[in-house]
Write a protein that binds this ligand. Structure first.
Ligand code: C2E
Ligand code: CA
Length: 251
């Protein structure tokens, strides 16, 4: 298994604040992407083990990166992970083992999470939130109906990630721009963080910044890379900001 990390940046300063772990399975000559194996793992009871392995590896990498690790680490959870009643205990044990603060960890769950009506799933989320781990709703934007919004309010969610289908061409597609704008406004009203995914061009990043979107993720800022490359990325940005502050220092 290989875990790659994609930076999530502050759109104004372009500093890396978080990174999302994206897993690959296979061999160095033939890595498979999650869309090829996650649905299979979900159907065949393997997702529990996959999630544990990703969590273990990512927390190990974070510890090794030390001060070069971004402040936040985002992991993808399948909705089926939320029916595992011992998930909060496993996450808590892993955090203790790696001496990592729960506030470092974010779990991304899919937009369908709004339809969670199973008491057990909701309870798992609440227990994880009580530990101090935060939740993002991934690929948000399709379900913006009033019912889905009231569903969203029931969940312990701290962040919305805007679906890349709306972000990628938003500077040329007014309907997508309007959709992105509604999600940013909704996040502001609900006091949630918001990340625009799939930012590939500088025009898009500038437009998002003007629209008040604080965070971005996409090939413009960095493709998914291994842990040492992520550290270099974080360090480069830090060096840049150090020289920026040195350059503007009033002595
Ligand atoms: P996602 O959470 O929506 O992740 C973003 C996907 O978009 C990633 O594909 C990433 O490489 C790609 N991407 C990022 N920036 C850009 C961009 O600017 N343009 C374009 N065109 N694409 C971009 P990837 O790595 O193949 O992951 C696919 C999906 O697999 C993820 O979608 C996530 O839902 C799932 N996944 C990844 N790792 C895990 C895991 O450990 N557990 C579970 N349950 N699901 C995972
Ligand atoms: Ca994700």
């Amino acid at each position: 298994m290989l875990i790659l990390y994609q930076p999530i940046v502050d759109l104004r300063s372009r500093h890396v604040l978080k990174a999302e772990a994206l897993c690959r399975l296979g061999t160095p000559n033939n890595w498979q992407r999650p869309d090829d194996f996650v649905p299979y793992a979900e159907r065949n009871g393997l997702i529990r083990d996959l999630t544990d392995r990703v969590l273990e590896r990512a927390l190990t990498d974070w510890k090794l990166l030390g001060t070069s690790a971004p402040a936040g680490l985002s992991l993808n959870l399948s909705l089926s992970n939320l029916v595992e009643v011992d998930l909060p205990a496993r996450v808590s044990a892993a955090l203790k083992r790696h001496q990592t603060e729960p506030s470092v960890l974010w779990f991304e769950i899919s937009e369908n999470a709004q339809t969670i009506d199973d008491a057990a799933q909701l309870q798992t989320m609440e227990k994880l939130a009580a530990l101090g781990v935060r939740f993002s709703v991934d690929s948000f934007g399709l379900g913006l109906s009033p019912t889905s919004l009231s569903e969203l309010r029931r969940l312990p969610v701290s962040e919305l990630k805007i679906d890349q289908r709306f972000v990628r061409d938003m500077d040329t597609e007014p309907a997508h721009r309007a959709r992105v704008s509604s999600v940013i406004e909704l996040a502001r009203q609900m006091r949630l963080d918001v990340v625009a995914k799939g930012v590939e061009r500088d025009e898009t990043a500038r437009l998002l910044e003007r629209m008040g979107c604080p965070l971005g993720q996409g090939y413009l800022f960095g493709e998914p890379v291994d842990a040492p490359s992520l550290a270099r990325f974080v360090e480069d940005k830090l060096d840049e900001s150090r020289s920026f502050f040195q350059g503007t220092r009033i002595t």
